[in-house]
Write a protein that binds this ligand. Structure first.
Ligand code: T3D
Length: 263
């Protein structure tokens, strides 16, 4: 049987490729299980210090596989609260909780929950030809997988509502200009750039990068004073690591730091 997630372990990081290209890598339960397992394995592997997520073929991910939601084959409506609780919500939580950078290399169209899975990654690169589509309104749903949260915070209510209520495709360049993603990249440069970024991050101070990720997440709900306290407590932990000692020593010795990533 075809693997629904291709796993490519590189030095310091793992590249995961959603692999249902004939459906633009839409999620079925098998692909959910495979991605969940691969992310767990990354978290459990001390040698893995970054994750790169991309899609096979011409798309990144078209969200839920709608063939599994065909009303004609069901006696009663599918319980979407249950499916979100079982599949997409644990997935986006798992990505956000991973104590290492998760890079999305959006190689083509990212639609529905596929867009919002990409947007919950930490660093998002997209090919210039890629588009982000909040396709939910076209099928009578609202954005999920964290979309209403992410869009509103990154691009504001006006643009979030327009994307969600019209389902118009947003180009990678627009997404970068709006601050929804980090960078748009020429199509033929995307994967080289994404792998270079993953390699570079995986040689970084992983524990401090995880603290950085947590602190930026906490900033979404903290007020300024609470965030200062969060930074202080996290910095105290970072300041006790061998990577901090190494970083300062390397600076003073005018050489590149050799980080181990340990806490
Ligand atoms: O259900 C729950 O548990 C709740 C959670 C929901 C989360 C969601 O993600 S809901 C939103 C689901 N996604 C969509 O509504 C997007 C559906 N797809 C599209 O609108 C279009 O395919 C795209 C705009 C993404 C791309 O258009 P285009 O013209 O480039 O490609 P295409 O021809 O439409 O698609 C290519 C093939 O992929 C095609 O199959 P075929 O005809 O060649 O055999 C198409 O049916 C298939 N495909 C694309 N998206 C899906 C899909 N098959 C199943 N499910 C899909 N989501």
């Amino acid at each position: 049987m075809e693997e629904t997630v291709l796993i490519d372990r590189r030095e310091g990081y793992v590249a995961l490729t959603l692999n249902r290209p004939e459906r633009l890598n839409a999620f079925n339960e098998t692909m959910h299980a495979a991605l969940k397992r691969a992310l767990h394995d990354a978290a459990d592997d001390p040698a893995c210090r970054a994750v790169l997520l991309t899609g096979a073929g011409r798309g990144f991910c078209a969200g839920q596989d709608l063939a599994d939601r065909n009303p004609a084959t069901r006696s009663e409506p599918v319980d979407l609260a249950r499916t979100l609780d079982t599949f997409f919500n644990p997935l986006v939580r798992q990505i956000r909780a991973l104590d290492m950078p998760v890079i999305a290399a959006v190689n083509g169209v990212a639609a529905g929950a596929g867009a919002n899975v990409a947007l919950c990654c930490d660093l998002i690169l997209a090919a210039r030809s890629a588009t982000f589509i909040q396709a939910f309104c076209k099928i009578g749903l609202l954005p999920d997988a964290g979309g209403t949260w992410t869009l509103t915070r990154r691009i504001g209510e006006a643009r979030a509502k327009a994307l969600a209520m019209t389902g118009v495709p947003l180009t990678a360049d627009e997404a970068a200009d709006w601050g929804l993603i980090w960078r748009a990249v020429d199509d033929d440069a995307l994967m080289d750039e994404a792998h270079a970024l993953a390699a570079s991050l995986s040689a970084g101070p992983t524990f401090a990068l995880a603290l950085t990720k947590q602190a930026i997440h906490a900033a979404a709900t903290n007020d300024f004073d609470a965030q200062l306290d969060h930074e202080r407590d996290a910095q105290a932990r970072a300041g006790r690591t061998a990577d901090y000692a190494e970083g300062v020593t390397a600076f003073l010795e005018k050489r590149p730091a050799r980080f181990t990533g340990q806490g």
